[in-house]
Ligand binder design. Structure first.
Ligand code: M6R
Length: 599
């Protein structure tokens, strides 16, 4: 949550910062701001406001911006999204400007202890950081004052700091929140995500926790130095940026979400090419042995990734015979279950940055348990901090509503389940090839699905019902619809409906039923009759094998265990078109952010 970008080099900093903030807007978009050095006026200038980066880009003047600046796009944690609470924040007297991603837990104590008498202008914890630096800098050099500030901060932060007395230096520090440093021919860029470095850096590295960075200029060339909290130099290893600009554009689609839905068949094929080359499963043998020898797998995840975890539980238990429990990360962190003696913890996360998951990871690692992360972002915190890491290879997912990463997570879990089975129950390579084709067939019908949405999804509420594996799809389908259209939607185990919730069914309420499992199809059809008898507007999505001529949408058959990969596609399209028709901001739904980096 929140995205930060900083630049020191020979380019105009505002161009790089604003382009970077546009790419980081998925992390938060309540408000944004920039602070840069104005070459002609010989002073730092700040613009910030409530609203989107487009406003920052179009409505202010950057003519005299030089090669140093910092910028921020915000998801509000402390105080409302308004101009005063937007970043950057200055210290009293305007010496230091700071942008911050994270939460300072002890900001009240720090204020009482060190900042008596300071007049704060915002409600943010960040302003405390700027003022602490300024207070310490009364007695020591800026660099030391920042390090001293870091030593008293508790919580998470990715910070960029400029000292208005020195327009040739940019300071950075990080703990828990992500921060990357990229080096290009014309300067050094710091950002919360590698996407903001694309085009400006050839090489980059993720900065480690509790590391302090000084970026400076010598004879027109930018350079940097890394230190630990005590000021000792720290070594690092560069990586090459392997994302191309095309991958992070809309590629001719109206929305990222639609693009990402349409990319799903190629995501399945890409994962197959990575993990099943020449038809043989290739996963690190030690990782597989950890799964095999664990008494129980504990899957820790949130939101969409947790729904993928439910499907994974089904696959691992039914195909590989390994017991699995799935936990909401934020619950596991503070109300953990009684654990078996030899557990394996699996963290599933699109972003690899979700703070709720990280809190659990830190805790279980401290207790000496083995950990594996499944994520789409190889440089992410969870990827780096878990003992093992499986990459999803879905390519950058930019829409806040996760689609292709979800499908990718399930494919990885299916590959794991088959790899761990004593006798593989089906030819995975062949079945996943069928899945990709069946996905394409649904995507080709998207205009027809749009018509169904116009005819059926007409109320302020909606239900998804299904049983067994279809129930998990219902949970995810409901989350998709509610998060981007704001239509109140619930996903229910079809049999559970009449234990209370059926009271909400009245004339015209849409009930979308998902049917792909032979063993329970008849029962779900019974539940459809029950809701229709009470006036519900039905929309049945079924796979061919279990379909009925009266079903609204019939999907190609794939192996029964893999149907969640197919049945989810029309529901993603339903969410997309429902939100489109009522004019919602599909890629950036209100109150949300793509990386949830605060607990
Ligand atoms: O990055 P993660 O997968 O860890 O994020 C967890 C949830 O916030 C996320 O899956 C969220 O539910 C989706 N963006 C919703 O589409």
């Amino acid at each position: 949550m929140c995205g930060i970008v900083g630049y020191l080099g020979r380019e105009k900093a505002s161009d790089i910062i604003i382009a970077g903030l546009e790419k980081l807007e998925y992390r938060g978009y309540d408000s944004c701001g920039i602070c840069f050095y104005d070459e002609r006026a010989k002073r730092f200038v700040m613009y910030k406001d409530k609203g989107r980066v487009a406003h920052l880009k179009n409505d202010f003047d950057y003519d005299k911006c030089n090669g140093l600046g910092i910028g921020h796009t915000r998801w509000a944690t402390h105080g409302q999204p308004n101009q005063l609470n937007s970043h950057p924040h200055f210290s009293e007297g305007d010496r230091f400007a700071v942008v911050h991603n994270g939460v300072i837990e002890n900001y009240k104590e720090l204020t009482e202890r060190y900042l008596a008498g300071v007049q704060f202008v915002s409600e943010t914890d960040t302003e405390v950081i700027a003022n602490l630096i300024a207070r310490f800098a009364l007695q020591m050099p800026a660099e030391e004052a920042i390090r001293k500030t870091l030593s008293v901060l508790e919580g998470s932060y990715a910070l960029l700091v400029v000292d208005t007395l020195d327009p040739h230096v940019l300071y950075a520090a990080k703990n828990k929140s992500p921060l990357l440093l990229g080096v290009g021919k014309r300067g050094v860029t710091l950002a919360s995500d590698v996407m903001a470095l694309v085009g400006y850096a050839d090489q980059y590295f993720p900065i480690e926790d509790k590391t302090f960075t000084v970026v400076s200029e010598k004879d027109g060339v930018s350079c940097f130095a890394l230190y630990d909290i005590l000021g000792h130099p720290v070594e690092t290893k560069f990586m090459t940026i392997d994302i191309v600009l095309d991958e992070i554009g809309k590629g001719g689609y109206s929305h990222y979400m639609l693009k990402e839905i349409c990319e799903q068949p190629s995501v399945v094929r890409k994962i197959v090419s990575k993990y099943l080359p020449e038809d043989r499963i290739q996963i690190d043998p030690e990782t597989l042995s950890w799964f095999k020898t664990a008494e129980r797998i504990y899957v820790i995840a949130a939101g969409t990734s947790m729904h993928a975890g439910f499907v994974g539980k089904y696959l691992l238990e039914n195909i590989a015979g390994i017991p699995v429990e799935v936990f909401i990360a934020s619950e596991f962190a503070y109300n953990p279950p009684l654990l078996v003696k030899n557990p394996l913890f699996v963290f599933i996360s699109q972003s690899g940055e979700t703070a709720d998951l990280r809190a659990c990871l830190v805790d279980v690692k401290r207790r000496g348990f083995r950990t594996v992360t499944i994520t789409n972002v190889p440089t992410s915190t969870l990827a780096r901090e878990a003992d093992k890491f499986l990459e999803i290879f879905a390519g950058p997912e930019i829409a806040v509503a996760s689609t292709k990463a979800y499908v990718g997570q399930i494919v990885i879990l299916a590959i794991l389940a088959v790899a761990l089975a004593d006798r593989p129950p089906f030819d995975l390579h062949k079945e996943l090839a069928k899945v990709a084709v069946a996905m394409e067939a649904v995507i080709d019908k998207r205009e027809f699905i749009h018509g169904l949405v116009k005819a059926k999804i007409t109320k302020r509420n909606c239900f998804y019902i299904g049983r067994s594996l279809d129930y998990f799809t219902c949970l995810e389908a409901a989350l998709k619809l509610k998060e981007i259209s704001y239509i109140q939607t619930e996903g229910f185990a079809a049999g559970e409906l009449k234990h209370g919730t059926i009271a909400l069914i009245e004339q015209g309420v849409p009930v979308v039923a998902i049917i792909s499992q032979k063993a329970v199809a008849r029962h779900t059809r019974g539940n459809i009759r029950e809701v229709c008898a009470r006036g519900a507007e039905k929309l049945v999505i079924a796979t061919q094998l279990v379909s009925d001529p009266t079903d609204e949408l019939i999907l190609m058959d794939v192996h029964e265990s893999l149907t969640p990969l197919i049945t989810i596609i029309p529901t993603q399209l339903i969410a997309f078109y429902a939100a489109l028709d009522i004019g919602k901001d599909i890629d950036k739904p209100r109150n949300l952010a793509k990386s949830v980096t605060v607990e």
